[in-house]
Design a protein around this ligand. Structure first.
Ligand code: SF4
Length: 207
């Protein structure tokens, strides 16, 4: 078995349940909005504001038609709220006009929505549409390079190098588990290498 699969399996054993930190259920619209809001913000904060946000704006159409200033009030505490509100209004307008009010699943279609980069697109493709997707966030990037799975601390490189290594249907869970592992063991500062359950598979530990 390849090292990448060994790591994937070890992470699965460590964290059998690996839910997304954003509590969007299986609703594509909710996950799309919450993922856009989560840039430079904690999942907890996004989950907290989302309760009232989705009561007021339950559909892409309602968000597309929101008055300038109103949406901003609901998301004020997530940071960068002006540009996030602008992105959400514009993206929702396109979702309504071009995609019939449904979040598209194609990579290029997702990337055509304002505020959506490859990280958000891959999250949606993996979690909602079952198409796989490497979410190259800060944890995934840091740990992949430390383990020796990827050559460079760069999101595009990590996505490109991990994609062929992790089976498509496991990619979404793999990335969620990397977040949990990055918080518990392989932290940005002072990783717990001595007690790390992946130590035997890690290039950094070997060196
Ligand atoms: S051994 Fe250390 S660097 Fe390697 S994965 Fe574990 S915590 Fe991270």
């Amino acid at each position: 078995m390849s090292k990448a699969l060994d790591i994937t399996n070890a992470l699965y054993t460590l964290y059998p349940e690996a839910p997304c930190g954003l509590h969007a259920g299986d609703d594509p619209y909710r996950l799309f909005v919450m993922a856009v809001l989560s840039a430079q913000c904690t999942d907890e904060r996004v989950n907290a504001v989302s309760v009232e946000l989705f009561k007021r704006f339950p559909t892409p159409l309602s968000m597309a038609e929101s008055e300038e200033g109103e949406l901003e009030k609901y998301i004020y505490t997530v940071g960068l709220y002006n540009s996030k509100a602008k992105s959400l209004r514009e993206a929702c307008r396109r979702i309504v006009d071009v995609y019939g009010g449904k979040i598209p699943s194609g990579m290029e279609d997702l990337l055509s929505l304002r505020g959506v980069g490859r990280k958000v697109a891959n999250l949606l493709r993996g979690d909602i549409f079952g198409l796989g997707g490497i979410v190259a966030d800060t944890h995934c990037i840091r740990i992949s390079v430390r383990l020796g799975l990827c050559s460079k601390k760069d999101p595009v490189t990590v996505e490109k190098e991990l994609t062929p290594l992790i089976p498509t249907q496991m990619q979404s869970g793999f990335c969620h588990r990397m977040v949990l592992f990055g918080r518990e063991y392989c932290t940005a500062r002072n990783p717990s290498c001595e007690i790390c359950p992946l130590k035997h598979l890690c290039d950094t530990a070997a060196n």
